[in-house]
Design a protein around this ligand. Structure first.
Ligand SMILES: [Fe+2]
Length: 247
């Protein structure tokens, strides 16, 4: 199959390196041979496509739970999804997952000594609108220890998965919060060599998005592929909590 769409490659240093020794688990999983680049085929450039009936109505509001509201600081997280040419990506699936306000995931592997919240699953999903905008209502996640090194704490962060128009544009990443004192010490955040690219992962406090007496607003725009591509994460909740258990 010939190339249908040729996506641009990210600039060197703007994506996390596969091997970043201070991020301990990268040592074992980093490839030791050069990667083999494969051409995109029709199946990677044309789907999957999602429709309104593929997502539940309240998937974007993580504070709406059957038996009560979650504890913690309520926040709005919203932004635009853009393609490599700066055009909006409409009607695309955006998913997020996160720890609760105490820094604990609702996941069997996460045995961190912090309380679970019976009113918080930490998972949400929505579709972008016609202009590529998405919006979540959630609570600010807590920081958590992860045993990567002595006294290691992850900065507060929210995991994102975005599909874009096709598998080849899928992006999994992490959003951080401005002014977090843990960012300079976090080897996952700092595995992206380029400072500008690294800072694309930090959301922006948005006064206009903030709802009086209700929730602070944070803007997080995401670029799928190209020179301005939002850095991909080279880990997952499984990678992080598994390390926590191992060490
Ligand atoms: Fe995490």
């Amino acid at each position: 199959m010939t190339d249908q769409i040729r996506y641009r490659r990210p600039s060197p240093g703007t994506q996390p390196g596969y091997l970043h020794p201070s991020y301990v688990s990268s040592v074992k999983r980093a490839p030791t041979q050069p990667l083999v680049l494969l051409s995109h085929t029709l199946s990677e450039t044309t789907g999957p496509q999602f429709a309104e009936n593929d997502v539940m109505g309240s998937g974007g509001d993580l504070t709406r739970q059957p038996s009560g509201e979650p504890l913690g600081e309520r926040i709005i997280v919203s932004g635009r999804v853009l393609d490599e040419n700066g055009r909006s990506v409409p009607h695309t699936l955006v998913e997020l997952w996160q720890a609760n306000a105490a820094g604990r995931y609702l996941h069997e592997i996460d045995q961190h000594n912090a309380p679970l919240d019976p009113n918080f699953t930490g998972c949400g999903h929505t579709l972008t609108d016609g202009e590529g905008r998405y919006r979540f209502v959630t609570v600010k996640p807590g920081c958590y220890p992860w045993r990567n090194h002595q006294n290691a704490w992850r900065p507060a962060h929210i995991h994102f998965s975005l599909f874009g128009p096709a598998f080849a544009t899928r992006l999994v990443t992490q959003m951080y919060f401005p002014g977090d004192p843990l960012l300079p010490y976090d080897p996952i955040f700092n595995s992206i060599a380029d400072e500008q690219a690294r800072n694309r992962l930090i959301s922006v406090f948005d006064w206009e998005m903030t709802i009086p007496e209700t929730a602070l607003g944070y803007r997080f725009d995401v670029v799928l592929r190209g020179r301005e591509e939002t850095p991909m994460e080279k880990s997952s909740i499984h990678g992080q909590v598994t390390q926590r258990r191992k060490k």
